[in-house]
Design a protein around this ligand. Structure first.
Ligand SMILES: Nc1nc2c(ncn2[C@@H]2O[C@H](COP(=O)(O)OP(=O)(O)OP(=O)(O)O)[C@@H](O)[C@H]2O)c(=O)[nH]1
Ligand SMILES: [Mg+2]
Length: 328
């Protein structure tokens, strides 16, 4: 993607060296990938309801303590002993809850959220990130031409190291409850390290995208921008087109500039190559999770032989389908 990295004022995608590229693709190739959860309601995320309750309890406890300390000053001698007992009981409660928290932390891997308008290609990008074949195999996330296909939050566990979260799209086909679910996630999910806002390279930004960007800025959510479907821009005009898109949108006004990624997520006849920009995005994702591309840092739970076979069978089936298609 070197030809997209010319603009000096833009925070461009990180450059991927050959050795990084091979380490990154082995990581994604070898990692065991599991779809951990499909969530329709924010509190269904395991451990999240407890954590929210605990947070409330602690903040209520702190408030009560502050109020109590004012009264205590008034009548110090009399209540000293009782107060000590109460304090130590409260401390026990918190210690117990903290150990519960530590247990649930093992389940709380860093997370990265993909969001964007309906049909922008979020689920296709998940498949491109998680598979390494040349066919357009719809291995993990379900993809359809019909907008509004992904209904809920889907969590993909990558080798026990982090999770990528697919979300339902916003815009005309998006439903209000889905928007609320995504924003509840953004506001509450402590382990979310970065959000990737997907935009359509050809269509550019519309009023929904601008609204979402404003909301992300207001909430202080860290986010980067992924321009998808770059194959739809006429050959040779990519840089000019994308620079114009950025310059003439709310993106140019952002005080903290996001990183920009330029990708295509499905196989196209355009010859710019399947998965353009995918290695750069994979690297950015790994780094956002606080990991670096070396053997010490990237030690995923590996795929089982059985899972490899299953994946291979799916690829073969896909090849057969392509071979059997009449040529004209
Ligand atoms: N040309 C081209 N088409 C793409 C690309 N990425 C996705 N598509 C197509 O766009 C359509 C929608 O893709 P999805 O991945 O289902 O989009 P989504 O954002 O997950 O959609 P919702 O779940 O409905 O919000 C499908 O027909 C994909 O094949 C791309 O990079 N280039
Ligand atoms: Mg989808």
């Amino acid at each position: 993607m070197e030809h997209f990295q010319t603009r000096s004022s833009m925070k461009i995608t990180p450059k991927v060296s050959r050795s990084q590229e091979s380490a990154i693709s082995s990581f994604f190739n070898e990692s065991r990938i599991i779809q951990d959860w499909s969530i329709f309601n924010y509190e269904e995320i395991p451990g999240e309801r407890k954590r929210l309750d605990l947070e409330n309890e602690i903040s209520e406890g702190v408030e009560a303590e502050l109020e109590g300390s004012e009264e205590k000053e008034k009548d110090d001698d009399e209540t000293e002993q009782d107060g000590d007992i109460e304090d130590s009981e409260k401390l026990d409660d918190i210690t117990l809850n903290r150990s519960q928290l530590a247990r649930s932390r093992a389940n709380n891997l860093p997370e990265l959220l993909l969001m964007g308008r309906c049909n922008v290609g979020k689920s296709s990008l998940i498949n491109a990130l998680l598979t390494n074949n040349r066919q357009n195999v719809k291995t993990y996330a379900k993809v359809r031409q019909r907008a509004g296909y992904t209904l809920c939050l889907n969590f993909y566990n990558i080798g026990g190291m982090f999770r990528i979260v697919d979300s339902p799209g916003y815009g005309q086909k998006g439903k209000q409850w889905q928007g609320e679910l995504v924003f509840q996630y953004l506001q509450n999910r402590r382990v979310m390290r970065n959000c990737y806002l997907m935009l359509d390279s050809k269509v550019g930004l519309n009023q929904y995208d601008e609204l979402i960007i404003n909301n992300l800025v207001q909430l202080g959510v860290p986010f980067d921008v992924v321009f998808n479907k770059i194959d739809k821009i006429p050959n040779g005009h990519e840089i000019e087109h994308l620079e114009n898109l950025i310059d003439n949108s709310i993106l140019a006004e952002l005080k903290i500039q996001p990183r920009y990624y330029f990708v295509n997520s499905v196989d196209t006849s355009k010859g710019i190559g399947y998965r353009s920009g995918i290695s750069e995005l994979r690297l950015g994702m790994i780094e956002s999770c606080g990991l670096s591309v070396n053997r010490k840092s990237l030690r995923p739970v590996k795929r089982s032989r059985e899972a490899e076979e299953k994946l291979k069978r799916r690829k073969l089936k896909n090849v057969k389908m392509i071979v059997n298609t009449p040529k004209d």
